[in-house]
Design a protein around this ligand. Structure first.
Ligand SMILES: C[S@@+](CC[C@H](N)C(=O)[O-])C[C@H]1O[C@@H](n2cnc3c(N)ncnc32)[C@H](O)[C@@H]1O
Length: 299
């Protein structure tokens, strides 16, 4: 489906699972009709821009059934009635948190980090570099950015500003805590690990904790990229918006990306995910390197 895959709401053939379900209904704890799924796709699209394909029907059931259990509701339609009756209902945040996909890792798509190191080294000569990580998930990405800045700038690194945001409040709590199971860092260079993390002991055995000097470089906050007035203070030398555009349809991608332009400093860089592209999405940005973009109206 064009430059970006996996974001179509319509035009997917029914999955084998849903064909089977038509003749042999699944045994489920909660009443969940095709109409309920359609309502969910509409609500999450309006709230978060996430375009759920028809193939996600069972995934959505699994993720939201926890909420129905917590609220002691037996039917999806009653749950959705609650949400639709009140756009400020506190359940909205749980609904959004349940439907976001938060896959991430330290130094994911590693080719971006040397580019960032070079950028901040060049910028530090004139000003304190600022970076926005716009879909920070559980924190591995903003901490990878902070480690890169720390290693590139040494004692000057504490001047840098890293703003890390996400829509999902649960992942932001994990990110701010900065504690990860050992498996999350097992592929990290041992010297880097020793420099930026403490090994947990006692009740924290099996975990690592990000060192406070790295944590202090980052400010975490909730931001919905759909917001027409982003509560974000630029300008930034770099914006990381990786592996989130893929969940949006092309119109939403175009709106989101357009709002980045005024937040970038001259010659600033926009980093996107490996399976994402701005081809046919934005004519304001041009490709500068592997999934790295700069503004068109610059040299
Ligand atoms: C797959 S993760 C990508 C994490 C990280 N950027 C990376 O590349 O490893 C996508 C993240 O986008 C967030 N997200 C989804 N919709 C969003 C929105 N409308 N505004 C802000 N963040 C959103 C999700 O909560 C999730 O944490």
């Amino acid at each position: 489906m064009g430059a970006l895959r996996g974001s179509g709401i319509v035009s997917e053939p029914p999955s084998t699972a849903s064909l089977l379900e038509a003749v042999r209904p699944l045994q489920r704890d909660f009443v969940y009709s095709p109409g309920d799924f359609e309502r969910i796709t509409r609500l999450i699209y309006r709230r978060a821009g996430i375009a759920l394909a028809a193939s996600k029907r069972d995934m959505v059931y699994n993720r939201l059934s926890r909420r129905l259990r917590a609220l002691k509701l037996g039917r999806f339609d009653l749950y959705l009635d609650q949400l639709e009756a009140d756009p400020r209902h506190p359940e909205w945040q749980h609904f959004v948190n349940a439907l976001t996909t938060n896959t991430t890792s330290f130094f994911r798509e590693g080719h971006h980090f040397p580019v960032l190191a070079e950028l901040v080294r060049a910028r530090a000569a004139t000003h304190a570099p600022a970076i926005w990580c716009a879909a920070a998930s559980t924190g591995e990405e903003p901490y990878s950015i902070a480690m890169t800045v720390a290693e590139a700038l040494g004692s000057q690194a504490s001047r840098a500003r890293i703003f890390a945001s996400d829509l999902d409040t649960e992942v932001l709590e994990i990110a701010a805590a900065g504690v990860y199971p050992n498996e999350r860092v097992e592929r990290m260079d041992p010297q880097r690990l020793q420099r930026h993390f403490f090994r947990g002991r006692g009740t924290q055995a099996g975990n690592v904790r990000v060192k406070p000097e790295l944590q202090r470089m980052i400010e975490f906050a909730q931001v919905n990229l759909l917001d027409t007035h982003l509560p974000v203070k630029g300008p930034f030398d770099a914006i990381f918006c990786r592996n989130v555009l893929i969940y949006f349809d092309r119109a939403t991608q175009a709106q989101v990306v357009k709002r980045f332009a005024p937040l970038l400093r001259p010659n600033g860089l926009l980093f996107i995910g490996h399976s994402e592209s701005l081809f046919h999405v934005s004519d304001v940005f041009r490709l500068q390197g592997q999934t790295v973009y700069s503004l068109v109206n610059e040299g």
